[in-house]
Write a protein that binds this ligand. Sequence first.
Ligand code: ZN
Length: 71
Amino acid sequence: MYIIFRCNCGRVNYSKKGFKTKKCVCGKNLKVKDMRIIEKANTHQEASEIVQGLQEKIHGGAYFTTADKVR
Ligand SMILES: [Zn+2]
């Protein structure tokens, strides 16, 4: 089981259930058990897909723009 949660900085992270901390890319160490779970996944693959989907929703897809849209 993987849990998906958001850091205070807004980034979406995921962690395997049972892990105590997860380091966000912003440098903050998150206490997994204190985080509000926004989604759950069964596999690593599923978790990363959910995270990517959420990031796109939050950031309007700007971080995942395709090469043909870049000038
Ligand atoms: Zn963060």
